[in-house]
Design a protein around this ligand. Structure first.
Ligand code: ASP
Length: 463
């Protein structure tokens, strides 16, 4: 017999069916036993007599007939509440021992280490399962929407050279070149710009980014996912409009219960945001108690540079007073180019930040495509000749006909966290790291074997 899914039971009243899934709850009333069978579509009640011993969360196969429930026994809380399965045969395929964490509630009250150690159980919880399914639908929508508009998805290397975005790099030792290391990309920034030189004109990638920085509720430790976008021959306005259209359609299609409060999205200068709201990520919701309101706002006209802090220096910034407030490939405002020599603090950058309900959910810019200006920026941020050499390939590439270009990179995790109203990023990630930087379930990082270290020419000295 072919398998029937729980969601298909309503259409198969009076038919014989076979269902497969987990015994979500078991209510044994002596003579008669009820089991809620859960599969990927939801749950359906199974009822019968003389069941073999079934423990909760065991995997079962049920054969029986679907019957309509009498009016007074209909369960309005579940989509299959009008029917139940009269069990003729029940087989336990695999038995479950007692779960270390409960999975019926929203789970937010359980200590996080336990949730992450048993993440595969935590993901059985309807809320987590729903979040990941919505995430998949959202990325699929984005991929289709962009592909229909001539964008090409290109994968860029993970083992690469430093691409600074203001955080520490993760580095990976090279076996073939002892003593040398790859850096994991903090973003695909340089590669996407090189793809513009290559003539793709419209690029995107659902890209994994790696940053070794301290975690916060809205910042995952280690890795996160960006929708990385880049376009040639565009103005800043084109980038903002495209992003706005994309996310407006996404909300309509995948999150129809959510309402975007203002359209077109307001655009506020960095200065105005600071003056009016005291920060550069204002929460412009009209009603902060409304969980379905989405208030997007653009922040533009950022200063190109900010003053260097010790942290910046450690993360590979240059040795001058100035660091880029976005990154070093962001173009200065065309009217402010002459100020680069006179007063760098007054130069505005063609940077745009996307803010949603008080969270920064993306940033981007029009890029420098003039090698002379790029060199000037390197000087202004105090790059040593060695640091300049690290980025020589960009200047070389730009000597072969580079189109004017720009882009943006909204964070997928953060965007979903805010749209779904989740309190933290890990609620929309399948296997996030703990706050202490260990991976869910598998407990990395771990110690390599001595032979591995030897092969890599690495000695670990204890501190
Ligand atoms: N690479 C930038 C970031 O990760 C985004 C961009 O400029 O497109 O923030």
């Amino acid at each position: 017999m072919e398998r029937t899914l729980s969601s298909e039971t309503l259409e198969k009243i009076d038919q014989k069916v076979k269902l497969l899934g987990w015994a979500a709850t078991i209510r044994d009333h002596g003579k008669i036993t009820f089991i809620d069978l859960r599969d990927r579509k939801g749950i359906v009640q199974c009822v019968g007599q003389n069941f073999p011993k079934v423990t909760p969360e065991s995997v079962i196969e049920v054969e029986g007939t679907i019957v309509k429930r009498p009016e007074n026994l209909v369960n309005k809380n579940i989509p299959t509440g009008e029917v139940e399965v009269k069990v003729e045969k029940i087989t336990v395929l695999t038995k479950s021992t007692e779960l270390p964490i409960p999975i019926d509630g929203d789970g937010l009250e359980i200590e996080e280490p336990a949730r992450l150690k048993y993440r595969y159980l935590d993901l059985r919880r309807p809320r987590m399962s729903r979040n990941l399914r919505l995430r998949s639908r959202a990325t699929m929508f984005i991929r289709n929407w962009l592909t229909e508009r001539d964008f090409v998805e290109v994968e860029t290397p993970i083992l690469t050279k430093t691409t600074p975005e203001g955080a520490r790099d993760f580095i990976v030792p090279s076996r073939l070149q002892p003593g040398k290391f790859y850096a994991l990309p903090q973003s695909p920034q340089q590669y996407k710009q090189l793809l513009m030189v290559a003539g793709f004109e419209r690029y995107f990638q659902v890209a994994r980014c790696f940053r070794d920085e301290d975690p916060r509720a809205d910042r995952a430790y280690g890795e996160f996912t960006q929708l990385d976008l880049e376009m040639s021959f565009v103005t800043q306005d084109d980038i903002l409009k495209l992003t706005e259209e994309l996310f407006t359609s996404l909300v309509k299609e995948v999150f129809p219960e959510k309402k975007v409060s203002t359209s077109p999205w307001p655009r506020i200068s960095h200065k105005e945001a600071e003056e009016k709201y005291g920060n550069d990520k204002p929460d412009l919701r009209k009603d902060k108690n409304d969980k379905n309101e989405l208030a997007f706002v653009w922040i533009v006209d950022f200063p190109l540079f900010t003053e260097q802090t010790k942290e910046d220096f450690f993360h590979g910034a240059g040795n001058a007073k100035w660091v880029p407030s976005h990154h070093m490939f962001t173009a200065p405002h065309i009217d402010d180019i002459s100020l680069l020599d006179k007063d760098p603090s007054k130069v505005r950058g063609l940077q745009h930040d996307l803010v949603l309900n008080g969270y920064e959910v993306g940033g981007g810019s029009i890029r420098i495509h003039d090698p002379e200006i790029q060199k000037k920026i390197f000087d202004l941020i105090g790059f040593t000749s060695e640091q300049k050499r690290e980025f020589e390939h960009m200047l070389t590439a730009f000597s072969f006909g580079v189109p004017p270009h720009g882009g943006i990179a909204p964070g997928i995790d953060r965007l979903l966290m805010v749209i779904l109203g989740e309190p933290n990023l890990r609620e929309v990630m399948a296997f996030p790291m703990t706050a202490g930087g260990t991976t869910a379930v598998m407990d990395a990082p771990s110690q390599p074997q001595d032979a591995q270290l030897k092969e890599l020419n690495i000695k670990v000295t204890s501190k």
